[in-house]
Write a protein that binds this ligand. Structure first.
Ligand code: C2E
Ligand code: CA
Ligand code: CA
Length: 713
């Protein structure tokens, strides 16, 4: 079977035979064709060049001695052609000796073969030459490719280095050099891992890389000027076809910008903008981690929930800028009294939370909390102003109160509300009973909302008498709730809930409107002097449209405002003095009477009350209770009466339950009395009957006691 010498693929190699001797041409054609080559022949130089261009041979077999242009000249011409430069030319020489070889070599011949030609030898010669030329071509091709690759790698914007088996850099592209602040030449021969602070310390990783092939990592790299930057490095180990380790190729990206952006996003996602403290998201993450750790260590964790008491007022009255500064100061003071292991976070608004691990006894937690509360004793100096605030604090304990983070959080929140309800600036531990109370409160609140919808409220009226004239001078309106769930409810059980839920405004308006309607009925023809006293909650007074609401009701019901009396407790009045004085002045202008209710239970400073344009004070029932057994109560009442007289205020005593009390109050100089002994709170109809006729005669007079009738006025 003839051996075929294919160059590449299926194409037969093409041999151009140039010889002036036809016999030789035929012999060569036959031999070469039989050996599997394609043959094109030419008899002279001119047709040789033509054929060369048209068939593009893989090899030229060229006779040296020819008429016209000889082999040497023809060879030179071929070499001058575009593809002629690398095509192997096998020169056929005679027996002419070294001179002709030299000429042939000079003309660019690749090799020579001497006549007479041995066909077998010739075929092998041709094959060898073709193989050699292929190798040369491949080399040239791969060199060109390499050149392109290098150009590509050189122009890449990410750094690339090759380091050899010793870890020394043998190639670096310009980007790599530029990222690190070097020239390319400076990098060659340097130890590659010296540029990464993280790689320096872990040659093991390089060993592993040799094993597993790819190593991607973030690193801190160092520039020539010493500056460090975040880098993304990817290394691959390179092996030859026999799997021998050759070195490492590493790409390097400067990711410092990305890192900064990531850091910013992290900051925004996990930290509070106002105070810089961890935010709710971060807090929850840390809480989960701390609880998991505590579970492993069988440790306790305290959750301290903290809510500023009057922050809303600061925001409303001083503006949000001051509010923000206040929050920052609070955050700073809180941070200063934390341990390193504590996590302090701001949950939003004026709520902060502290996760306190490893504080095991209630006493030590209480000590931590006292430290927290102590930061509020000094005023916060903001924009030249001294502002005070306090905090209500709730504490829950892992694992005592709950094992899971969400419940634990709710427990602390519940305890905080309890602290707030019990007078603010205090702390409370969560307890099961407390939880029970809260649950009940929720149920009551739900019922209350239903009650509002179903109009389960009604009014009772309780009269007040003037002690000097023995005449009924006013009637106090008292709210009642006939609950379908709880039965008859007195205000002490639900007023604070109405206030907390905001329902007080609509209910309060309803009370006022109905009281006015009732009063108009009673005062239209008779009892023109009778006053109707309505209790006003602090929440109502603070409502920005309180005066507007009142004016509308007065107009719509057509009552005479001088028949209307409003009762406010001391604490309400003192809560926001400036604002209250302003509103009271307007109420007085409208002709409305004003009373300070439950006097003696709050600030009790008549001096302070001087600035308020009020008409009467109602001494709290607690003083009346003991008036006959406790000398100091009697002394207090005496003092109140004398000061009130000097300020031209009338003094009312409430909660009179027996004749002894009535007697003493008369003697002490009180102006008016109210109490179960004289009359219970009652329905309007019942009161109307009293107002009308009793025992056949009109009784506006005190309907009691012989003592009263026999008294010496
Ligand atoms: P208050 O303004 O001090 O009203 C007097 C309370 O003392 C009434 O209780 C009345 O029933 C009770 N009382 C009167 N005389 C005696 C007595 O001799 N002995 C005893 N033990 N109690 C007596 P009530 O109706 O339970 O109201 C409690 C509080 O609820 C009121 O205290 C008032 O602050 C508030 N309140 C009642 N109605 C309203 C209302 O419509 N709006 C607002 N905001 N508060 C109301
Ligand atoms: Ca009252
Ligand atoms: Ca009272």
């Amino acid at each position: 079977m003839p051996e075929h010498a294919s160059v590449s693929g299926n194409r037969k190699p093409v041999i151009l035979v140039v010889d002036d001797d036809q016999l030789v041409r035929v012999m060569l054609r036959d031999t070469l064709t039989a050996a599997g080559f394609e043959v094109s022949s030419a008899a002279d130089s001119v047709s040789a060049l033509n054929n060369f261009t048209s068939v593009q041979p893989d090899l030229v077999l060229l006779d040296l001695i020819m008429p016209g242009k000889d082999g040497c000249e023809t060879c030179r011409d071929i070499r001058a052609l575009p593809r002629g430069r690398y095509t192997p030319v096998l020169m056929i020489t005679g027996q002419d000796g070294p001179d002709s070889f030299h000429r042939a070599f000079e003309a660019g011949a690749t090799d020579f073969i001497a006549k007479p030609l041995n066909p077998e030898l010739l075929v092998y010669r041709v094959r060898y030459m073709l193989r050699a030329s292929q190798d040369v071509n491949r080399l040239a091709e791969s060199q060109a490719r390499l050149q392109m690759l290098k150009a590509a790698v050189d122009s890449l914007p990410i750094g690339i280095t090759f380091s050899d088996v010793n870890g020394l850099i043998v190639y670096s592209n310009p980007a790599e050099a530029q990222i690190h602040g070097y020239g390319v030449d400076e990098l060659i021969g340097k130890e590659a891992r010296k540029f990464s602070t993280s790689d320096r310390s872990r040659p093991i990783a390089v060993d592993q890389l040799k094993e597993c092939g790819v190593w991607r990592r973030e690193s801190v790299n160092v520039r020539k000027n010493g500056e460090e930057f975040a880098a993304q490095l990817t290394s691959i180990s390179v092996r030859d076809s026999e799997a021998r380790y050759l070195g490492i190729i590493t790409t390097c990206e400067d990711i410092s910008h990305r890192k900064i952006a990531e850091e910013k996003i992290h900051q925004l996602a996990y930290y509070d903008v106002v105070t810089g403290l961890p935010n709710r998201g971060m807090f929850l993450e840390k809480l989960h981690k701390t609880l998991a750790q505590a579970q492993r260590d069988q440790d306790k964790v305290n959750l301290i929930f903290l809510d500023l008491d009057n922050f809303k007022d600061v925001n409303d009255t001083q503006g949000h800028d001051v509010g923000d500064k206040m929050l920052r100061s609070v955050a700073e003071r809180l941070s200063a009294c934390m341990r390193d292991t504590d996590v302090l976070a701001r949950l939003g608004g004026d709520e902060f939370v502290v996760v306190c691990p490893s504080v095991t006894t209630q006493e030590s937690v209480a000590a931590v909390v006292q430290r927290i509360m102590a930061i509020f004793t000094e005023p916060f100096e903001i924009e030249g102003r001294h502002l005070y605030t306090s905090a209500s604090i709730g504490i829950s304990v892992y694992p005592d109160d709950s094992l899971d983070a969400t419940t634990l959080f709710r427990c602390a929140d519940t305890a905080m509300y309890q602290a707030k309800n019990e007078g603010r600036a205090q702390f409370r531990f969560f307890s099961a009973e407390l939880n029970q109370k809260i649950v009940q409160r929720f149920a009551l609140e739900n019922s209350l909302r239903k009650g509002v919808e179903k109009q389960e409220f009604f009014l009772h009226y309780q009269p007040l008498w003037d002690l000097k004239t023995a005449k009924m001078v006013s009637v106090e309106v008292l709210l009642r709730w006939q609950s379908s769930d709880y039965g008859l409810m007195l205000p002490s059980a639900f007023i604070s809930l109405l206030e907390d839920s905001g329902l007080i405004n609509s209910i309060g308006e309803w009370v006022l409107r109905n009281a006015c309607i009732q009063m108009r009925e009673w005062t239209m023809e008779e009892h023109r002097e009778l006053k109707m006293a309505v209790n006003i909650s602090g929440k109502q007074l603070k409502h920005p449209r309180f005066l507007e609401m009142l004016t509308t009701i007065i107009q719509e019901t057509g009552v005479d405002p001088t028949n209307l009396e409003l009762e406010f407790t001391e604490s309400i009045v003192m809560d926001n003095v400036e604002n209250t004085v302003e509103i009271f002045r307007k109420l007085k202008e409208m002709g409305i009477q004003l009373s300070i209710d439950d006097f003696g239970t709050g600030y009790s400073s008549l001096n302070y009350l001087k600035q308020f344009p009020v008409d009467r004070i109602k001494i709290d029932k607690s003083f009346v209770d003991d008036i006959n057994h406790n000398e100091s109560d009697a002394a207090i009442i005496t003092a109140i009466v004398s000061m009130a007289q000097s300020l031209n205020l009338r003094v009312v005593a409430e909660g009179v339950e027996n004749s002894d009390q009535l007697h003493s109050l008369t003697q002490l100089g009180c102006d008016e009395v109210q109490g179960f002994y004289l009359a219970m709170p009652m329905h309007a109809k019942a009161l109307a009957e009293n107002l009308g006729k009793k025992h056949g005669k009109q009784i506006e007079k005190l309907p009691v006691t012989e003592w009263f009738d026999n008294r010496k006025v």
